[in-house]
Design a protein around this ligand. Structure first.
Ligand SMILES: NC(=O)c1ccc[n+]([C@@H]2O[C@H](COP(=O)([O-])OP(=O)(O)OC[C@H]3O[C@@H](n4cnc5c(N)ncnc54)[C@H](O)[C@@H]3O)[C@@H](O)[C@H]2O)c1
Length: 261
């Protein structure tokens, strides 16, 4: 079992939601933090509220140089990386096609920009963060976990062809990376998993229209949103328990998607 005390976590999307909850959890257990986000002032406010050792890096995860600088900062300040939590993510929901109610003809198509922007942050951004951090972990002999964030959206939520595609990718990456680490003789010290939350009470969900959130809650057996702290606690367990590798761990309060997604 690994101990969080004195371990170093690199968290993107760290100024808000799940990333920030994991940061608080990590600091409470005596871990050290490299907290990254694209919004500088919310990042420094978030860091100011954490009791523990925190370094902040303003970083756009779609930028290769920013991700390299983020990983370098962790090594320069703390000499190691133990948890990589690439949690920066966005949604830009919409149906791929929307027919006009009266004519039945297609009135709107999802613009390429709406599709591509979500892939840039949620997929390419994760690849760059993980590649840069994992490279430092290999070079500096670190032991630890890469914890991706998939979603129940990976199972196919209507209105999320962009987001769901990126989250499906997050559920295969742990298998790919675990196999690659195994082939390269690294898998005894480097693990990769994904968590797949349902609907968590963060700004990403709370900013949805009230009617949409109420409709979602009707489908959740526990009758409420999952708390970000509950997700943080799962990540803590995934970090400590080194038998957990190469798979996806759902945390959704019993939610199942129906045939209308
Ligand atoms: N909230 C949920 O219900 C839920 C469910 C499943 C998965 N997730 C995933 O968990 C992760 C965190 O979501 P959250 O609910 O905490 O969202 P959130 O909106 O509260 O936080 C996301 C953070 O990412 C940052 N960010 C966005 N683009 C960035 C970029 N290009 N570079 C760096 N930072 C950037 C934002 O500034 C924000 O602080 C996301 O990947 C999301 O898809 C969330």
């Amino acid at each position: 079992m690994l101990d969080i005390k004195d371990s170093v976590a690199v968290i993107t999307g760290g100024a808000s939601g799940i990333g920030l909850a994991v940061a608080h959890y990590w600091a409470r257990q005596g871990g050290k933090l490299v907290l990254a986000d694209v919004v500088e002032d919310t990042l420094s406010n978030a860091a100011a509220g954490i009791q523990g050792e925190v370094v902040t890096v303003t970083c756009n995860v779609t930028d290769e140089k920013d991700c390299a600088r983020l990983a370098d900062t962790a090594i320069e300040r703390f000499g190691k990386i133990n948890l990589v939590a690439p949690f920066a993510g966005i949604i830009k929901d919409g149906m791929m096609l929307t027919p006009d109610r009266s004519t039945g003809k297609v009135a709107r198509k999802m613009p390429l920009e709406q599709f591509q922007k979500v892939l840039d942050v949620n997929l390419t951004g994760v690849f760059l963060t993980v590649r840069e951090c994992a490279a430092r972990m290999v070079d500096h002999g670190c032991r630890g976990l890469i914890c991706l964030v998939s979603s129940t959206g990976s199972l196919g939520t209507a209105g999320q062809i962009n987001y769901a595609s990126t989250k499906a990718a997050m559920s295969v990456m742990p298998k790919v990376l675990t196999a690659e680490f195994f082939r390269r003789g690294l898998s005894e010290r480097l693990r990769c998993v994904a968590i797949a939350p349902g609907y968590v009470g963060t700004p990403m969900v709370k900013n949805m229209p009230r009617k949409v959130v109420d409709g979602i809650l009707e489908q959740v057996p526990i009758g409420r949103l999952v708390e970000p702290e509950e997700v943080a606690s799962l990540i803590g367990e995934l970090y400590r328990n080194e038998a957990l590798a190469g798979d996806v761990f759902f945390i959704h309060g019993g939610l199942r998607l129906g045939s209308k997604g």
